[in-house]
Design a binder for this molecule. Structure first.
Ligand code: C2E
Ligand code: CA
Ligand code: CA
Ligand code: CA
Length: 279
């Protein structure tokens, strides 16, 4: 009702203030998160739809704050991006993954490709390829076992520049996948030019795929397009057998989601590695 207008506004303004206060507090705390050892990685398995074997896993960042508990990456990654801290954090992630892979190697666990998320700012660092290649090699592992995920939004913003960096990453041995695919209205023409290995179909299209005919049409088109360009597709956020059945029927190669496994802490993921067949 009209007479609620002012109160609604006051409520909104107060909410905004609380929101920015928390953002400010988080931004300050983030600066010490790395040195205070508050970050860790969890690993979510990715599986092949043709033979039920594991094809890799995505490393996802977790922040445990002593007072606030677990802070979601959806909340703190944008803040780290704003302050520039994401570059250091992103390098920590790659180093952590490489050291973890080295430790698995030494302990006789199977080799597994681990995907890491690259933020926009990190992706645009002029020395990105040299920096991460040297981090990986210093840990005693190879870029071939690391996949970098770049969102479609980042890849689209300046396709020429992105294409050059993607090719450099690929030449250095890294695998490259496009994250949140389908949300950025990519055209086939630029995709064809990129040395991209895999398209990750955004989970927003998977959510209602069993009932929503528009989502069905989009996902079907993405899979067909990917195949005509000789790229692999992986569906994100798969939670049910029905979603899986649809994707398999359409020829999607891989999936990642709660249906198969939630993201796992290192010890759980190691158990998983020991007991599951790898492709
Ligand atoms: P993303 O890269 O799209 O990662 C997938 C997100 O979906 C993860 O959320 C994952 O836990 C969640 N997920 C996986 N399977 C399912 C499912 O079946 N159902 C549902 N509802 N969700 C599922 P998470 O871990 O909270 O990460 C959120 C976002 O934060 C990521 O989205 C990514 O954009 C960002 N992020 C996480 N770790 C890093 C990192 O190390 N570096 C950077 N730059 N960004 C990161
Ligand atoms: Ca991702
Ligand atoms: Ca994604
Ligand atoms: Ca996302």
């Amino acid at each position: 009702a009209k007479h609620d207008g002012r109160n609604t506004f006051r409520f909104f303004a107060q909410e905004m203030q609380e929101h920015s206060l928390r953002s400010l507090q988080l931004s300050i705390a983030l600066k010490e998160a790395l040195t205070n050892d508050q970050f860790h990685l969890v690993y979510q398995p990715q599986m092949s739809l043709s033979n039920n074997s594991m094809v890799g896993a995505e490393a996802l960042l977790r922040w445990e704050h002593p007072e606030w508990g677990t802070v979601s990456p959806a909340e703190f990654i944008p803040l780290a991006e704003q302050s520039g801290l994401i570059v250091q954090i992103g390098e920590w992630v790659i180093q952590q993954v490489a050291q973890q892979q080295k430790s698995w190697l030494e302990r006789g666990l199977p080799e597994v490709i681990i995907a890491v998320n690259l933020s926009a700012l990190q992706f645009h660092q002029p020395d990105l390829v040299e920096t991460i290649t040297s981090l990986v090699r210093k840990a005693g592992v190879v870029p071939e076992n690391i996949e970098v995920e770049l969102t479609e939004a980042v890849a689209l913003k300046d396709p020429e520049v992105a294409g050059t960096t993607i090719d450099a990453l690929s030449r250095a041995g890294f695998k490259v996948s496009i994250d949140d695919f389908g949300t950025g209205y990519s055209s086939m023409s630029y995709l064809k030019k990129f040395a991209v290995h895999k398209l990750k179909i955004d989970q927003s299209f998977i959510k209602d795929i069993v009932t929503d005919i528009d989502d069905q049409a989009i996902v079907t088109a993405i899979i067909q397009m990917a195949h005509s360009l000789h790229k692999t597709t992986i569906a994100e956020g798969v939670e049910t057998q029905e979603q899986l059945d649809f994707l398999r029927k359409k020829g999607c190669e891989e999936m990642q989601g709660y249906w198969y496994s939630r993201p796992l802490v290192t010890e759980q993921f190691e158990q998983f590695l020991k007991s599951h067949e790898l492709q």
